[in-house]
Design a protein around this ligand. Structure first.
Ligand code: ZN
Length: 657
């Protein structure tokens, strides 16, 4: 368990992967210039390099001098970075690569992960890249222990950042032999995947215990590019979490809020790690738009985390002024609101169970579509919510949403039934309706037609008296006695096949009611169609309206409502020891301006913004910070109201109670 109460808020993760043929490494490094530039940019922690993916060291190792970069001109580049930063109270955790090392992969092919086909995993011999994974069930672990021992004994070590530590599907001789010795069948993929998770967990726990024999209190983190429900049971190996999530680097703009809203329900503090790059790691001489970097950093503090911005030091060691003017333009704004961003506890009303709680996925590329759709819809509707797993305390939430990808196990059914019996509110979608008696429906199976159409009764969700297509396949149910139908499912003429099809896409509605599309019974609403997945795929507005109306049926006093356009990002934290809430309003618009990535560039001010609040404790005063300008709080039927004449890029508002 971590003893860290608060991570440094304004961190940099400084990559330094430098090929052996590049000359004059560190030649232009000036420790004073380096640390002064960081201080001016408001940086309070910077992760610097012991060993990189090319396999080189940047400190004067006695243990493995042959691995020191051959063209290193500052023999103790890392030590000088640490010393200069410590003089200015800047922390310096130390980076060590784990599963990728170009030089070592050539020298120790027997340590590499072997695929099912018998080939070594990763980059082929004549392709560019060092992406060749080591198996952590080999003597490579002894190499790493000797390496980290030397680092900690030789250098003042604030922390160790172990990079590239992920569970692997490995068929190397050692893994095969170990599986066979335990009567496991290594030819079965799932067996290997499960064994790989054990290998990873054992590596991390052993390594953290070993580090503790060398350093009582340095931070320890193992990076795999994603934090999710599989980390709940691994928390003892970590001191904190770093959520690597570069929106322009393959993670997109949905990964971070989804991951942070989950990570903040765990026991460790976390930071959000983005990059200063236009695209991703290793993108030399590129600069993210300031508006984008602001959005990413302020989103992290709004969700209760700290910030980390990825950069790469040029090989000559001269820190880039332009980069740190950019980072400073954001971090000096974060610094100004720091008193409102530390030791915070998120204030939430809704818990969304993530399908990842069942898959325990390890990568960021396979996030469930339904939980991403939930994040989009709830964010656009200004709701305050967490993403939760099956160990979460459901009683912390007024409403639980069970997304459409979830198959409800008997254990989850029992927990949800008792939550509802105790007054909890529940929304379940699509096949999550199977095995939940409290919904008051009879689940009959997947719907016969795909797509189906939704037709509301009595203006539910503000939708007109018309059929609305939901493209993805939903479920067929019937309503039990005592359950009210709010919308019907209407069938298609036929499914589109070679034998029968109509026009360019799906066939039209028959007008025939097949069963309920939306039902309500007491505190439970069921939606038979997969609105969350559908919203993630192509965002039909009616799907959001139906989900929003279902929430409004159950939550009559939402914590926060605004009259803003759907892109406004809102979050509320509590600082109980200061008797106040802190509200974050972020007015940034990611646009798909290019084939490859979303861009945030322009700031379009909002005018006459109204925020209506129903917080657990009524507020007595609202103050814009850090400006210190008080704004009136008025009482209305709907809640406590704050009005802003104009919102530029963002605003933090202190709400005293
Ligand atoms: Zn192996």
């Amino acid at each position: 368990m971590s003893t860290i109460e608060q991570l440094r808020l304004r961190q940099v993760h400084l990559d330094f992967h430098t090929a052996g043929m590049v000359e004059n490494i560190g030649l232009d490094f000036d420790p004073e210039e380096f640390a002064q530039t960081l201080e001016d940019a408001g940086v309070d922690s910077i992760t610097c390099f012991a060993r990189c993916h090319h396999g080189y060291l940047y400190y004067p190792s006695k243990l493995m001098p042959e691995r020191i970069h051959p063209n290193l001109k500052r023999p103790n580049l890392l030590g000088e970075q640490i010393e200069a930063c410590h003089k200015r109270n800047i922390r310096v955790p130390i980076y060590i690569t784990v599963q990728w090392d170009q030089m070592l992969a050539e020298q120790h092919p027997e340590w590499r992960v072997i695929e099912e086909s018998g080939k070594p995993e990763g980059t082929q011999p004549y392709h560019a890249g060092f992406y060749r994974r080591f198996c952590l069930n080999t003597p490579y672990v002894d190499f790493l222990k000797a390496h980290v021992k030397e680092v900690i004994e030789m250098l003042p070590t604030d922390g160790i950042f172990w990079d590239i530590v992920a569970p692997m599907d490995c068929s190397c001789p050692k893994c095969k032999a170990d599986m066979i010795a335990r009567n496991l069948d290594p030819s079965d993929k799932q067996t290997r995947v499960d064994f790989g998770k054990e290998v990873e967990a054992k590596f991390m726990r052993d390594m953290t215990a070993y580090i503790r024999t060398l350093s009582k209190d340095c931070t320890v983190f193992y990076n795999a590019g994603h934090i999710g429900p599989r980390h709940r049971d691994l928390q003892d190996a970590y001191t904190h979490f770093e959520l690597e999530s570069l929106p322009s680097g393959g993670w997109g703009y949905m990964h971070f809020p989804l991951t942070a809203r989950y990570a903040r329900t765990l026991d460790l503090p976390f930071l959000g790690m983005t990059g200063k790059f236009h695209t991703s790691w290793g993108d030399f001489h590129s600069y993210k738009n300031q508006a984008a970097l602001e959005y990413e950093c302020f989103q992290s503090v709004a969700l209760g985390g700290s910030c980390s911005i990825g950069d790469q030091l040029p090989p000559n060691g001269k820190i880039c002024k332009t980069t740190y003017e950019l980072i400073g333009s954001v971090y000096n704004q974060i610094k100004a609101v720091e008193p409102w961003c530390t030791k915070v506890k998120p204030v939430t009303q809704i818990g969304v169970i993530t399908p990842e709680a069942f898959t325990l996925a390890s990568g960021h590329n396979a996030l469930p579509k339904s939980s991403q759709g939930a994040v989009r819809i709830l964010q656009e509707l200004d709701h305050q919510y967490d993403i939760i797993d099956l160990q979460a305390d459901f009683a912390d939430y007024e409403l639980i949403i069970v997304p459409d990808e979830i198959t409800v196990t008997d254990e989850l059914r029992d927990r949800l039934e008792s939550y509802v019996a105790d007054g909890g509110k529940l929304i379940a979608l699509d096949k999550a309706g199977d095995n939940l008696p409290c919904l008051g429906i009879k689940y009959e199976g997947p719907s016969e037609y795909c797509p189906n159409f939704l037709h509301v009764r009595e203006g539910f969700a503000g939708l007109p008296d018309a059929d609305h297509v939901v493209y993805e396949q939903g479920s067929q149910v019937s309503a039990c006695d005592g359950t009210t139908v709010l919308a019907d499912t209407i069938g298609s003429t036929f499914n589109r096949t070679w034998e029968h099809y109509c026009s360019h896409r799906h066939s039209p509605s028959t007008g025939e009611v097949l069963g309920p599309a939306v039902t309500i019974k007491d505190n439970c609403i069921y939606l038979s169609q997969p609105h969350l997945t559908q919203y993630q795929l192509n965002a039909p507005r009616w799907c959001k309206q139906v989900v929003g109306a279902a929430i409004d049926e159950l939550i009559t006093r939402p914590m926060l409502k605004t009259n803003a356009p759907s892109h406004l990002f809102t979050a509320i934290n509590e600082q109980a020891d200061q008797s106040r809430y802190v509200m974050h309003l972020l007015n940034y618009v990611p646009q798909l301006k290019s084939e490859q990535i979303e861009i945030v560039e322009d700031i379009i001010p909002l005018h006459d913004l109204t925020v209506t609040l129903n917080l657990p404790k009524p507020i007595t005063r609202a103050t814009l910070v850090p400006e210190g300008v008080e704004v009136p709080v008025t009482e209305s039927e709907e809640g406590q109201v704050i009005q802003l004449a104009k919102l530029n890029n963002k605003q933090v508002i202190e709400l005293t109670y």
